[in-house]
Design a binder for this molecule. Structure first.
Ligand code: PEP
Length: 249
């Protein structure tokens, strides 16, 4: 099963449902859907309800891009809890995106976010990734291992966890890792997950960073790669659909 997850970031207004409807129409007709892949769109909080209501009983799933580190209600101004996004129809939540890490989400905050999202039975897409300096110093594996082991715990329900490997130097830059290097990194992440969860696990690992319809096909050679987190190229239905089409070409 492959995942194509669109991260809209701060983009979209209610009528942007047209984009999601077009993606939904495409996957509805695609025989590979359900058997081979899932499509998920994560709009801003403001659109969660509109999108998930409009798409009820349809195939594109809706997720949130973040959540607060408390479970339900609290006196934190501007915060939105896992419980609240769940009530708005979010089936997935991105946690640990490098944008949010840069804004102060540290490992202890991220652990709470993951814990409470899982408690609310929301699937967590947990992002990890090294920056350019760390890559140049060949610290990638060390950084990734720490990001995983500082937050994930054996007791977490691994059935509801997906990892997104997003090298920071690749996000929004048009640069992607060499396929041979990426393949090794995905293997390393899966090996590290086995150590954390103390046995064979089936946790999916996605890649994110400048994925588009022109470069997607080369990722197809990495059989252990379970899908993609797509930023810029997920904001038009054509680009998103072309990514899926070209991946399976
Ligand atoms: C992202 O921010 O999660 C991302 C993958 O962005 P882009 O595809 O635009 O590099």
């Amino acid at each position: 099963m492959r995942y194509f997850v669109g991260n809209w970031k701060m983009f979209g207004v209610p009528k942007s449902i047209n984009i999601v409807n077009k993606i939904n129409a495409f996957v509805n007709l695609d025989k590979k859907y359900n058997k081979k892949y899932k499509a998920i769109i994560t709009p801003p909080f403001t659109l969660l309800e509109t999108f998930s209501k409009a798409l009820k009983n349809k195939r594109v799933l809706i997720g949130a891009q973040n959540c607060f580190y408390k479970e339900k209600f609290s006196s934190d101004t501007g915060a939105i809890s896992p419980y609240m996004i769940k009530k708005l129809g979010a089936k997935y939540v991105i946690i640990g995106h490098s944008d949010n890490r840069a804004e102060g989400d540290n490992d202890s905050i991220l652990k709470k976010k993951v814990t409470f999202a899982l408690k609310n039975k929301i699937n967590v897409i947990f992002c990890i990734g090294e920056n350019k300096t760390q890559k140049n110093k060949k610290f990638t594996n060390k950084v990734l291992k720490k990001q995983l082991s500082n937050v994930l715990e054996k007791k977490f329900n691994k059935g509801n966890i997906i990892i997104a490997y997003e090298p920071i130097w690749s996000i929004g830059t048009g640069k992607i890792p060499k396929i041979s290097e990426l393949s090794k990194t995905i293997f390393f992440i899966k090996k590290s997950l086995k150590k954390i969860f103390k046995r064979n696990n089936s946790i999916k690992v996605l890649y994110g960073g400048s994925v588009d319809s022109t470069n997607i096909q080369q990722f197809n050679s990495i059989k252990i790669l379970d899908g993609f987190l797509i930023g810029g190229a997920s904001k038009t239905s054509k680009k998103f659909i072309d990514i899926i089409k070209n991946y399976y070409r």
